[in-house]
Design a protein around this ligand. Sequence first.
Ligand code: HDE
Length: 741
Amino acid sequence: MSQPRNKSKANSKNNKSSPTENPVKPTNGAGLGANNQKLDDLAPNVEDSAGEFLSTNQGIRVNDNQNSLKAGDRGPTLIEDFIFREKMTHFDHERIPERVVHARGTAAHGYFQVYESMAEYTRAHFLQDPSLQTPVFVRFSTVVGSRGSTDLARDVRGFAVKFYTQEGNYDLVGNNMPVFFIQDATKFPDLIHAAKPEPHNEMPQAGTAHDTFWDFISLMPESMHMIMWAMSDRAIPRSLRMMEGFGVHTFRFINARGKARFVKFHWKPLLGLHQVVWDEAQKISGKDPDFHRRDLWEAIEDGDFPEWELGVQIVEEKDEHSFPFDLLDATKIIPEELVPVRRIGRLTLNRNVENFFAETEQVAFHTGNIVPGIDFTNDPLLQGRLFSYLDTQLLRLGGPNFHEIPINRPVTPVHNNQRDGFMRQTINRGQTSYDPNSLRGGCPFQAGMDMSGFVSYAEKIDAQKVRQRSASFFDHFSQATLFYRSQSQAEQNHIVRALRFELGKVGTPPIRERMLGLLAQVDTDLANRVATGLGLNVPKKLEKPMNMSVPADADPRKFQPKRNGEELEPSPALRMVDNPNFPLKSIKTRKIAFLVADGFNEASVMDMKMALMKAGAKAMTVAPRLGVLTGAGDETLNADFSFSTGASVLFDAVYVPDGQASVSALQAGPEAVDFLREAYQHCKTIAAHGVGVQLLENAGLGESMADAGLIAARDGDARTLSENFIIGIARHRHWEREVML
Ligand code: HDE
């Protein structure tokens, strides 16, 4: 059922709408689900067949949905069967083109609330009033894989936020990494063609570990900073709820007096920053390719609403040129040590979608959707995106009326002279569809600034029309080095391993060597370690010419990557392990596997379960079989998983409770021991109580081992043990276990 929403009086013949009426209403836009203006807006479009008769799309009730109409019960189907034809035709047309990038995604509803008025910096209405809750729809995604690909691919994650503000839709279409591979939008099709499955054999799916990607990258020194991020653990998040988001480009804030400042946007997750291990990621891709999607869905269903704080880095216009990099260059960050991130509000996701296709698939983000008080800069990557997003929606959603699809329409009224086109829903009343007009008293009117009319920032531009990259963009290595040197030892090891994996999958030796040459520009130790894994030597010199983004007729000798000479201090804000921005060590929403079988000790299970639940974690039982398990004292417990449906990679930590019969049953097969060994290998916290310790020993993980993440207590109660267990889990992983060659 679809209803046109704009039954607005403003479109009526006797237009009473006054040009002095401000669209900004004092009411709250959202609330904890109950009072969310966007959800109210979607409600008339929600269909629910509970208690209803089956009908055709024309509303005719169907008597037989089992058989097509035939000439005789063994005869041919008749073309007259309108019920069959309608059903089959609709089915044949169910698919729309998937997104050319970011095809794999998942989304949820929620709201945003600013902590205090930002009026000093921006006139954006949704950033003025701390009591206002602005509805949002957020879609997370991977970039390279197709719609059905695994969530755990090594990849950048999209973090796209649509704010349904009182002044229209504002889209902050960001990623979970603050920089990008390229500096100019015209290189985007090249980058994506190189990263996607190779065109001759459509392999590999959802991964960059192949020749064409590294061929391209090895010739693109400007990518090196982003490559460091993409090879880091940021590319394999533990959960979409535990990753940062970034607007990437420098934008502008403009206040009511017209004063502009530069701004970079950040999303800081309240659950902290966490990753999985690459081996784990690959196994999760087989055990549960929907791991991230499921994690987000379940957290919201359970009431564990994910939250992020919106952070801004604000730079005065006069300081534009005071950094050792260009603010318009999307391959650079502003280190937080140079310009602190001020946290200005909170995003909460509290409602799953009703229908994946209608909402998650049909949502159309566009960097060009901005509201008064926010504006663009001349970042050439952003400028290209401003064209691409609208263009891509026209194809993907089939025409110019995709803004009318319920998930895309704003909560503010839409009045203009745009008309017709495929799938038009709005019934525009009246004789006129042009401006100026007198027949309609000039409606719809232009809005003054005091009526929330959008006015572009009047930037002064006096320049030659050139196809040229600014020389201020040519330092491609300083920040790559900064990133690598800011990582913890464990994270540096992971970058080395990731590069060994990715380049190890490259079949063309000169590509590997060229990459080593580039890595040596970032950090010689990094290059040497990667080279060791590949059985190669680091080339003495950088292979030339590198692509320095110059036209055919330019002299390549004049354009070489360079360092600006300034060594930037390592920035702890860039690492995931012990990042000072995330001091809170919480185990909230973490999943803990309890390995149990019949004969478990009830107190050992319940005490630990209660302690974990109190700390906000989720205890789940994994047993040799599904069904009801009986404890030593005849109390029963349901197995949440069997060894065939559960796997250690799906949990954050493992506990083996006391109970002789239970432990003996677990020892009878190889699964429990394998489960523990794998959890250990992935640096997870493991605890065992009473005879449960035997199982650890059986797995070769004796309690004598000096390891903060291995907690064994033969005696005492599980309550005492639980304190250490919780501290261990809160550390997330025990990286000191990793052996690096
Ligand atoms: Fe995108 N990008 N992009 N991108 N992007 C798309 O738009 C594009 C870039 C990002 O959940 C497409 O609707 C160009 C940076 C996200 O629906 C397309 C360039 C950043 C999403 C497109 C970039 C992003 C997209 C494909 C280089 C981080 C998914 C489908 C100039 C700041 C949004 C679509 C969703 C999607 C073009 C680079 C983020 C083709 C040309 C940098 C999160 O329009």
